[in-house]
Design a protein around this ligand. Structure first.
Ligand SMILES: C[S@@+](CC[C@H](N)C(=O)[O-])C[C@H]1O[C@@H](n2cnc3c(N)ncnc32)[C@H](O)[C@@H]1O
Length: 307
């Protein structure tokens, strides 16, 4: 039984905790890497399941996440090591800590509830905020730079490819027209442009009309798919033979990349063909879990697949 602390305001409700601990086959004294430590929910579950003596390396590129995890995991002393960094640099991060191989690697992709709900970060189409969307607020280009700087074709490509948005061309055209009058600075300004671009009949059904475009911009701003590809590429090298890599994804673009990597990479073998999904009870309690898919692979000693 895993006891989660309930005294702090909830930074992020972790998804499929029991399933993750089972998938990692956590054992006492094992060494695990949580590539997306966030508020520390999954890390705490892994620390409990690997006690006594299990170690967790918790990585996040958001300084606010590292601070939140530092507080929530303080009771685990030197069993937790927090590193601010990008999981695409997994091998360098482990090397810097003098670690060769881990028993398990977890990545719970996307943004945390804390990031979504922090108005100033600009991730949410429901909150008026500057258009930012950077997970690491100190580096890289913001959504504002992309929306005001890219040409119409490139904007349409990003919105179509990363948002799987059927009206990507119209949205790009409306953005370019609007910014010829004034720069697009805020989330609500962008939401209004998207609403104007999507035909009324489509706006009335399905999810929020800005959901796909916001997803696309977030993926582009944070280079999310490239970071995931690099993590998958390096994960076998960072694992002991028999060690497991677990990835929780929230949309089909990510899930496709994970599924393909587990099938194609010579030293990884999927533990099952089908992803693990949350129970109906969990989805009822935490609607954010609805789209979550957990895929698990183990490192094999001898490649079984033709390269
Ligand atoms: C869904 S939340 C993880 C929540 C966490 N499992 C928990 O229990 O609180 C995703 C986190 O991953 C971080 N993140 C996303 N991409 C990253 C990357 N390439 N490198 C490091 N951290 C990343 C985000 O900043 C965010 O804090």
């Amino acid at each position: 039984m895993i006891h989660m602390r309930t005294d702090d305001p909830v930074y992020h409700e972790p998804v499929m905790i029991r399933e993750v601990v089972d998938a990692l086959a956590c054992k006492s004294g094992g060494l695990y890497v949580d590539c997306t430590v966030g508020g520390g929910g999954h890390s705490m579950a892994i620390l409990e399941a690997s006690s006594p003596g299990g170690i967790v390396i918790g990585i996040d590129r958001d300084p606010e996440a590292i601070e939140a995890a530092r507080t929530s995991l303080a009771g685990y002393g030197d069993r937790i090591h927090l590193v601010r960094g990008d999981f695409r640099d997994l091998l360098e991060i482990l090397d810097g800590l003098g670690i060769d191989e881990a028993d398990g690697i977890l990545a719970d992709l996307g943004v945390s509830s804390h990031q979504l709900e922090s108005a100033a970060r600009g991730f949410s189409y429901n909150v008026e905020a500057p258009l930012d969307m950077r997970m690491n607020p100190e580096a890289g280009v913001s959504a504002r730079d992309i929306v005001n700087g890219l040409d119409e074709d490139e904007l349409a490509r990003i919105i179509g490819e990363y948002g799987e948005e059927r009206f990507s061309r119209r949205i790009a055209r409306f953005i370019v027209r609007e910014r010829s009058y004034r720069p697009i600075e805020t989330t609500t300004q962008l939401v209004d442009i998207i609403k104007a671009a999507i035909p009324a009949a489509y706006r009335r059904r399905g999810p929020h009309p800005a959901r796909r475009t916001f997803q696309a911009l977030r993926i582009a701003v944070n280079g999310e798919l490239d970071a995931l590809r690099e993590l998958l590429e390096h994960s076998a090298k960072a694992l002991k033979p028999g060690g497991r890599v677990c990835i929780i994804s929230y949309h089909s673009l990510e899930d496709r990349i994970v599924k393909r990597a587990f099938l194609c990479m010579p030293l990884l073998e999927p533990v099952s063909g089908k992803p693990v999904t949350p129970s109906a009870e969990e989805v009822d309690r935490n609607p954010r879990a609805r789209s979550a898919k957990l895929r698990v692979a183990r490192k094999v000693l001898h490649p079984q697949k033709g390269e």
